[in-house]
Every structure is written in C-alpha cells, then in structure tokens.
Ligand binder design. Structure first.
Ligand SMILES: [Zn+2]
Length: 267
C-alpha cells in the first residue's frame, strides 16, 4: 500500500521533472502554465494528469493532434518506479531513522532523472542540477555526521561516518578529471567530473568501485549495442552521464533489495 502511494507521488513528481527538463533547454521560467510545444495551446488540467492523459489521448495533442513526446510518460513512469523502490526498500514507517534517507533518496533520484534525460537529449549535463545535487548530498552527509556525533558517547572519539564518502567523491572526481585531461575532453567532459564527484559522495567507499564498474560495464555494453545496430560509428560520442546515473542508482538500491549483496559489496 505504501509502495503504491510512493509510486503515485513519483509520477506526479515525474510530471514536474518533465517541465524542468524542457525549461532547462528553453530557459523559460518554471512558473508558466504548460502548453503544447507545437500549437502553443495551453494544456487543460484534465489533459495534464500524469501517465493517464497520455494513454487517454493516445499520445496526441487534443488541439492539433501533433504527437506528444514519449519522454513525458517514460519520465513519469520511471520516476514512479524509483519512488516505489525507495518506499519499499528504504522507507520504514516504524523506523524513524529511515525518514532522513528516504527524503534524501527521493530528492537525489529526482535530480538524477533530470540529469539522465537532459544528457541523453542534448549531450550536455545541466550544471545547475549538478550544483543542486552536490549541495543536497553535502547537507545529507553533514546531517548524518551530526546525528552520529550527537548519539555517540564520546568515549571512542568522534565517529567520522561521512569520511569514506568524501574520500570516494574526491577520488572519483580526480580519476575522471585525469580521463578528461588525458583525452583532451574527447572521452569525457568536465560535467562528467562533477557527476563522478557526486557518485562518490553518494555511494562512499567501496561502493564507488561498484558504481564505476556498473557505469563502465553498462556504457561499454550500450556503446557496442549502438555500433552493432549501426547507429553509431566507433568514433561518435555517446553521452556517459546516463550510465553514471544508472551506476549510482543500482549501488544505492541493490544491497537494500537483496541484503545478501551487502556482504558481497564490502569488497
Ligand atoms: Zn498542440
């Protein structure tokens, strides 16, 4: 039941993220009413219900019957799924210590969805979203550190719970910066360096090694698939941010979905 509520909340947030993604490209304000990108007609509230409206209208604008991009229902659906997974595996209504991670991951996953789709569509990482996500994660680490400190007896000194995360973030950032420097920005861009810093801050040590393994593994598989399908040549650029986003989401969720992996992923 709670999982379904998280899913419904997720598709509503996903609908908002679609607006953020579009307006990041056109630099419009977030406050304007949503309108059809083709005929500019305002979209009525009853045609703006997440997921449902797309199905009822069969993916076409009611006014000009121009096709609505699949981006809208896909972002809504996957944001719903991510929220449902947080509701199922991170949130626990009887455990108050789960509330802070729940809020953190709902916010972080929303920002990662925007970065994922924006990079896929434009090959650019929206830096404003990176700064917001880095601040969000830094605040979470600071709060976790403060909670651990205030609950410690002081007998064994201050527990430095956020240290492995800072270490992993700086390490991943330096590694990606070296890749950019060696390749003269042909393999990666500076946006990927900041995103790698974020991946490390979220997954910590040794989680960051798993996140990078998944990212490069999926990136290689995705790149080879595109080459095999003839869509990309050996030299054409494939946006890498989506694979980093998938890596961090997998490492954040998998050990909670399958607790046995907590022991495997220690190494
Ligand atoms: Zn229209």
């Amino acid at each position: 039941m709670i999982t379904i509520l998280f899913f419904l909340f997720g598709i509503i947030i996903g609908s908002f993220l679609n607006v953020v993604i579009c307006r990041l490209q056109t630099e419009e304000t977030l406050l304007g009413r949503s309108h059809c990108t083709k005929c500019e007609k305002r979209i009525a509230w009853y045609d703006n219900v997440p997921l449902l409206s797309f199905l009822i209208l069969r993916g076409k604008c009611r006014n000009c019957t121009d096709e609505i991009s699949w981006q809208y229902p896909l972002v809504e659906f996957w944001t719903g799924i991510l929220f449902a997974l947080v509701g199922q595996f991170i949130f626990s209504p009887t455990d108050p210590t789960s509330f802070l991670p729940t809020i953190f991951y709902l916010g972080l996953f929303s920002m990662l969805v925007v970065i994922f789709v924006h990079d896929l569509l434009t090959m650019y990482i929206p830096m404003i979203m990176i700064w917001i996500a880095l601040s969000w994660t830094a605040a979470y680490l600071a709060l976790s550190q403060w909670l651990a400190y205030s609950q410690s007896s002081g007998m064994d000194g201050i527990p430095l719970v956020s240290l492995p995360y800072i270490f992993a973030g700086v390490g991943a950032g330096i590694f990606f910066w070296l890749l950019v420097w060696v390749s003269h920005e042909t393999w990666m861009g500076m946006g990927d360096v900041y995103l790698a810093l974020l991946v490390g801050l979220v997954t910590g040590w040794p989680g960051v090694l798993w996140a990078m393994t998944f990212s490069f593994g999926l990136g290689a598989a995705g790149g080879l698939t595109l080459i095999a399908l003839g869509k990309k040549g050996m030299k054409s650029q494939v946006p890498f941010a989506p694979f980093l986003v998938l890596g961090v989401i997998i490492v954040a969720l998998l050990p909670k979905m399958f607790p046995i992996l907590q022991y495997v992923m220690m190494f």
